[in-house]
Design a protein around this ligand. Sequence first.
Ligand code: ATP
Ligand code: MG
Length: 661
Amino acid sequence: MSQTHTPALDNLSHETRSFAPSAEFIATSIAKPQQYEAAAADRLGYWANAARSVLTWDTDFTEVLDWSQAPVARWFADGKVNAAYNALDRHVENGLGDRVAIHFEGEPGDTRTYTYAQLTTAVKQAANAFESLGVTKGDRVAVYLPMIPEAVITMLACARIGAIHSVVFGGFSADALRSRIDDAQAKLVVTADGTWRRGKPSALKPAVDEALAKEGHSVKNVLVVKRNAQDVIWNDSLDKWWSDVVDSASTEHTAVGHESEHPLFVLYTSGTTGKPKGIIHTTGGYLTQAATTHRDTFDLHPETDVFWCTADIGWVTGHSYVTYAPLINGATQVMYEGTPDSPHQGRWWEIVAKYGVTILYTAPTAIRTFMKWGRSIPDSYDLSSLRVLGSVGESINPEAWMWYRDVIGTNNGANGERKEHPTPIVDTWWQTETGAHMIAPLPGVTVTKPGSAQTAVPGITVDVVDEMGQSVANGEGGFLVIRDPWPGMLRGIWGDMNRYKETYWSRFEGMYFAGDGAKKDEDGDIWLLGRVDDVMNVSGHRLSTTEIESSLVAHPYVAEAAVVGAKDETTGEAVVAFVILQIDPPEGEDVVATLRAHVGKDIGPIAKPRHILVVPELPKTRSGKIMRRLLKDVAEGREVGDATTLADNTVMAQIAESMRK
Ligand code: ATP
Ligand code: MG
């Protein structure tokens, strides 16, 4: 008997553009096609080589992977390695002490430069200071700092002594901070008086005071960096100035190797979907994958490149691609404290030009914002130094990808000259849980496609499966899974191993389930389609949020779009779209009808939104991701759920207001 095969996710998009790397880029490319073959032939051997090539081990390992306690992996378990030594001291020992490690640009325009030698000394002092405050190996340290060099120094000082850092977004509330301090039982909190936001001082210390006001916490000391010189309320029993404790500490500190499986940090996921989870990462495997992917995905030439990852250290991208990988790889990087529009909307491009940034790594939300502001802003800067552009955090809509390439990637100077070969774009898919890139093109190797993350990085086995866990055919959609353990994988959820097993390992036997939907195109390349919790079921069709959003964003009226499914009596669910307009539509124009017709024509009648609501803003997390579950509440007329991780908590009120009109 024949059975109709219903794919787990319909495939709607018709994107067909593709771009081969230029011969010029291939000539000096770090990544080579042979890496895929080598990794496929001997996956563990590939990672063992990687571990020994990107890291200097105090004690070499004999076993690569121990999977006997699955789903908890042990990588390089009998090896010993110190993260801070690898990020700092060894470069100085190798004669690179004068190379710039960090160009820091404060929001008010103040700057600081740390060479590798200077950063090593600063971290040694911080390590001594933390030890003098009673912090020892295995203790947890909560880090509640802005994007200033002390954030990186604190994380590396923890790593050096084997303390486990738990970075909490500077934008999170006192309650969020307290719950994370309690969950990890942090002994030390490192914070600052505050930071700068759009030209004004913005306080941090009061949130720490409020978080610790209620008794019963685990904190013994609060170390306060002076950043914005605002008055702070001082608690004599807990508070100490960083300048008093760290600056006077000894500049001698010997790093010892820690076990490869020693926890390096706990990081709570950004909270797009619900209650944050304390993701545990350990040392050797995590550092190996972070450094390897940083080198290959970005074609890093550490002698000449200037790398800039715009992510806050409060999320995983800031851990892997600000604090750890660039320094392990001996790169020069830029660190910027503020917002992209302070004091003007060209600030980022000014920074790129000033430091000669060659590799820029940012998020689709930022790219869409720049599109909204208009190309004349980046066009008036000299961005000729750029040679690789990266994206992370959400699917990058094909139109945003093309804009990134055409506007940023071909800019060859403020006189309007364009590059002959646009810079490659690398869309990187990964998660807090995966530690480092998992799916990403390799510039110089991959023929890139706008909107697709494409190919698992060498040594990683990803797949797209149907409801039963069977691989789907090319051209079909389903659930994204990871089939083999990988070095940078999480080792659990802090204090809740059952939740770890349930969340990631219970949906499909023996596979890690990432929670995202994806499809394979006709070439087998992978396209991320949004979270499976957000997939809409319309008259038996399983529709992806990403594809409909990308279609809306491709219309000239639309700057940003978020799509959700709302319960519907006839179709099961109905597509509801929230859009931010890019331009004022012509007089008398029915925007909603035009956009509905556009989606219908672009991807098919089934995807036509039932309702389109024009809103002034979309709810986003601090890391810039759209929180669709809040919009679903609005679309279904419910009270809006937990919105504590929103970047701007007035957004939901603005949306409600615009709906009343
Ligand atoms: P939470 O798990 O608490 O809900 P979160 O998933 O937003 O938060 P992260 O670990 O920062 O926290 O984000 C990982 C998720 O971001 C991925 O599972 C995926 O949904 C999305 N994502 C990241 N990079 C990409 C990308 N290049 N393309 C598509 N989606 C991406
Ligand atoms: Mg997640």
